[in-house]
Unconditional design. Structure first.
Length: 392
């Protein structure tokens, strides 16, 4: 990007005075106002969080950095990340963030990638969950921006879930600057995994992960929702209760319910021997979604995606945090990447359901047991940068 003619301080004061919507986003650069206010594109359209199925420029990932987090599994989780990066690189470019002192190892482990390549970028980070600490992108004809959702380590400071996150919290801003994408800071604290959209103005979210004093103290549900609408250009939030305090994310939506397309939902159905508290979350969510309409007034068509039997998966002895959810899949340009857990019947059923839901994409199943042992999945470990829609 060309350097601005104003000093950063002067430029920031000017923007705060006139407001984000008063200028085309393309000329705002990285000096957007502290709080995003539904900025507009050169065409005058409001930038909106796109569907993950829209075309991607690239996928961002992050190299797990700390043995204090992963302990004896650090090597294994790095192998999983390399495996996922290689699979994605068959469909679109991949960028892996890695600490400068670890970048050479990351390049060796990831290799050159397949058709579209893997680029390792030196940048300070702490962990692999770039869905949560990376930018959430918004687009409109002729424009793209990255919304920084103010990652605070899932609000877990002082709890048993706490882990270092200072580098991850700064990564969204650094990444956007490096790639020349304008940045806006949201007026709420959250993570990318807490936001699921159809790309047409509807977002699914759990109350437990956003209307929570560990992220947004003193904010009501209505205030959080308004901040989400302003930052992400959305029209309607469909809230489900979720469950606070039982995992590090307080029940992110991307392990629970996903948009396949407008009006089309994949709902995670707990497999045999799932803890009863998560079965209750599923039942509550299903009931709400069955009665909900999206921003366009459509009723939702729900397809259930059953999980595996937790006693028949490879990771059954890898701890209670192990995420045995197929719903935490990731869509690339031409493929759907989904975990494979080793329960053959359940793996096969998940493959068939997702292939039917995404007929234009290839379903690719991957062993990500080490990632899953940390309570996340393929979606948690990836973040897509959408292509800029054309100005018609």
């Amino acid at each position: 990007m060309d350097a601005p003619t104003d000093t950063p301080t002067t430029s920031r004061r000017r923007l705060l005075k006139i407001g984000a919507a008063a200028l085309p986003l393309a000329v705002l650069g990285s000096a957007l106002p502290t709080v995003a206010r539904a900025a507009t594109s050169p065409s005058g359209a409001t930038l909106r969080m796109p569907a993950e199925t829209d075309h991607h420029v690239r996928t961002f990932m992050a190299w797990p950095a700390l043995s204090s987090i992963w302990r004896t599994q650090l090597d294994g989780v790095r192998r999983d990340i390399a495996r996922v990066a290689d699979a994605i690189s068959r469909y679109e470019p991949v960028v892996v963030l890695a600490r400068p002192g670890q970048a050479a190892d990351a390049r060796y482990a990831c290799g050159a990638g397949a058709a579209y390549g893997i680029d390792v970028v030196e940048m300070a980070n702490d962990d692999l969950w770039i869905r949560d600490f990376g930018p959430t992108f918004v687009v409109a004809p002729g424009a793209v921006a990255g919304v920084d959702t103010n990652f605070n380590g899932w609000g877990k400071t002082g709890t048993t879930y706490a882990q270092p996150y200072a580098n991850d919290a700064a990564a969204a801003a650094t990444l956007l600057e490096q790639y020349g994408v304008p940045r806006a800071r949201a007026g709420f604290v959250g993570e990318g995994g807490s936001l699921e959209t159809d790309g047409q103005g509807t977002v699914l979210a759990t109350v437990s992960s956003l209307v929570n004093d560990n992220r947004n103290p003193g904010m009501s549900q209505g205030q959080v929702e308004q901040a989400m609408k302003e930052a992400l250009g959305i029209d309607k939030v469909i809230w489900v209760p979720g469950l606070a305090g039982q995992d590090i994310t307080d029940c992110h939506i991307d392990c629970l319910a996903r948009f396949v397309g407008p009006g089309q939902i994949i709902l995670d159905q707990p497999g045999p021997r799932t803890d009863s508290k998560w079965v209750a979350v599923y039942n509550e969510t299903k009931q709400i979604l069955q009665g909900a309409t999206d921003a366009q007034g459509r009723r939702l068509n729900i397809t259930e995606l059953p999980g595996p039997d937790r006693e028949r998966i490879r990771g059954k002895d890898m701890g209670s945090a192990f995420l045995s959810s197929y719903t935490n899949y990731y869509t690339t340009n031409g493929a759907v990447l989904v975990p494979q857990f080793g329960h053959a019947d359940a793996d096969a059923a998940a493959y068939a359901i997702l292939q039917a839901a995404y007929p234009g994409r290839t379903v690719v199943q991957l062993n990500i047991d080490n990632i899953a042992s940390g309570g996340g999945g393929i979606h948690c470990a990836t973040q897509s940068q959408p292509a800029v829609p054309p100005v018609l």
